[in-house]
Design a protein around this ligand. Structure first.
Ligand code: FCB
Length: 450
């Protein structure tokens, strides 16, 4: 084993999202989100699970932040629930909702941890008609961003507009496995644009409200795409377009890719892109967040039911180990994404804002032995370290997730936490991976896998 030490000041974090951990969905004036509606509709979430109680973080945030301090985290990435701040997605702020995040931020800072705030991690106010297919939602998002920035901008310096707009658009509007559960591929493309417009308008609103030193970012789940066979080469190009370049190109000023527009011409004429929109989307940001779990292998074929990709493309499961999600374990995709960003896009600092794995953890007495998760994290951190040596401007790493939580359409059955949650009692137990991560942070390094 080789000792791999990270650069001084490397950010060690953990990530969560509001709907996945907070619970308290009916408290202090919170409005309904599309995930409340979606999860409460039978058949959408395994076991009929909802985020109604989740990990009860809304009431237990003090103890949860104390665990973050004990872990030694330098940063904590969390999201604000838009329907707590604006219950109907528009109009004046709900004071009680903002107060919660005010107390949370003070608790985080008081523990010596740097808060990294995501404005949108999928819990759109239900009252916003049309959701992301409506252009107006982008303007509403910018207003919401300004409200939160005006309240917390004196203390929070790291701001993220959107988490994984690919999931919001393609899982929400094409495959329908996420809220709002629509299966209309043309609407998904419209949603992509309105999300990116929201990002651009939101970035401008944040710049107006925040000190010049604030860091503004977006978080993308970029895909490491490869073809399963020579015949699948063009399928891989198309998937790369829809997963990566449709976001990265406009973000970095090149507009929507011509091949993506051509590939989707049977669905839409792209007239939802108005003059000036692409300039808004290209508003400079300070950091790019990358979430990575697993590589994507595709081929020409027949799309499986609920696939977010075009109907003549199938995803192929490569051989080798998998997580409890069935996702292949292969850290090389993370390296491929990071070096590609370095080589093909303008220079920008990057953080890995989510990485982690679900396994069928078992709680025995007061312990959870999760060597597979430790192995998974070690492999990905080894690749992260390699990327830094190869000149990637990688500034930090956030494990997904701090706590077991509501894993969207999979409900509570899939456990990603480094801390175990017993949902019947809300007791938290550190898994072995949490103790391991604490040592990694303390040493600012790992024993690498290679
Ligand atoms: C990401 C999401 C996050 C979590 C992980 C497993 O796509 O951002 O909320 O569900 O996957």
């Amino acid at each position: 084993m080789t000792r791999l030490v990270f650069p001084e000041g490397f950010v060690w974090g953990a990530a969560t999202a509001a709907y996945q951990i907070e619970g308290a969905v009916g408290e202090d004036g919170r409005g309904l989100s599309i995930w409340d509606t979606f999860a409460r509709t039978p058949g959408n979430v395994v076991g009929g699970d909802t985020g109604d109680v989740a990990a009860d973080h809304y009431h237990r945030f003090g103890a949860d932040v104390a665990m973050m301090r004990d872990l030694g985290l330098s940063a904590y990435r969390f999201s604000v629930a838009w329907p707590r701040v604006q219950p109907t997605g528009r109009g004046p702020a709900n004071a009680a909702g903002l107060d919660f995040y005010d107390r949370l931020v003070d608790e985080i800072l008081g523990s010596g941890i740097d808060p990294m705030l995501t404005l949108y991690h999928w819990d759109l106010p239900q009252a916003l008609d049309g959701g992301w297919t409506s252009r107006d939602t982008a303007a509403r998002f910018a207003e919401y961003a300004a409200i939160v920035a005006n309240r917390l901008g004196d203390r929070v310096s790291r701001w993220t507009t959107l988490n994984e707009p690919w999931c919001s658009a393609f899982l929400g509007y094409a495959s329908g496995v996420h809220a709002p559960g629509r299966k209309e591929p043309a609407e998904a493309l419209k949603a992509v644009h309105h999300l990116m417009l929201a990002h651009g308008l939101g970035t401008r609103a944040l710049r107006d409200a925040l000190p010049a030193t604030a860091e503004v970012s977006i978080v993308l789940n970029l895909a490491a795409v490869s073809p399963a066979s020579p015949e699948g080469k063009d399928a891989a190009r198309r998937v790369d377009g829809l997963a990566n370049r449709i976001f990265l190109d406009p973000l970095f000023g090149a507009g929507y890719p011509a091949d993506v527009k051509r590939d989707t011409a049977d669905l839409t004429d792209w007239s939802f892109v108005h003059d000036g929109d692409e300039a808004v989307i290209a508003t400079p940001i300070d950091l790019l967040g990358v979430n990575y779990y697993s590589p994507t292998v595709v081929d020409l074929g027949t799309a499986e039911p609920d696939s977010p990709w075009p109907h003549d493309i199938e995803t192929v499961a490569p051989p080798g180990p998998r997580t409890a999600m069935g996702w292949p374990i292969d850290a090389s995709g993370l390296g491929a994404i990071l070096t590609r960003l370095r080589d093909e896009y303008p220079p920008i600092p990057v953080m890995i804002t989510e990485n982690g794995a679900a396994f069928d953890d078992e709680l025995t007495a007061d312990a959870v032995r999760d060597p597979e998760r430790v192995d998974y994290l070690r492999r990905h951190l080894t690749v992260a370290h390699e990327a830094i040596r190869a000149g990637v401007d990688l500034r930090g790493y956030f494990v997904w997730s701090l706590l077991d939580n509501f894993e969207w359409a999979y409900g509570y059955g899939k456990r990603f936490g480094i801390i175990h949650v017993d949902y019947a009692t809300q007791r938290r137990v550190w898994k072995d991976s949490a103790y391991w991560y604490r040592e990694v942070i303390k040493a600012n390094g790992i024993n690498g896998t290679a």
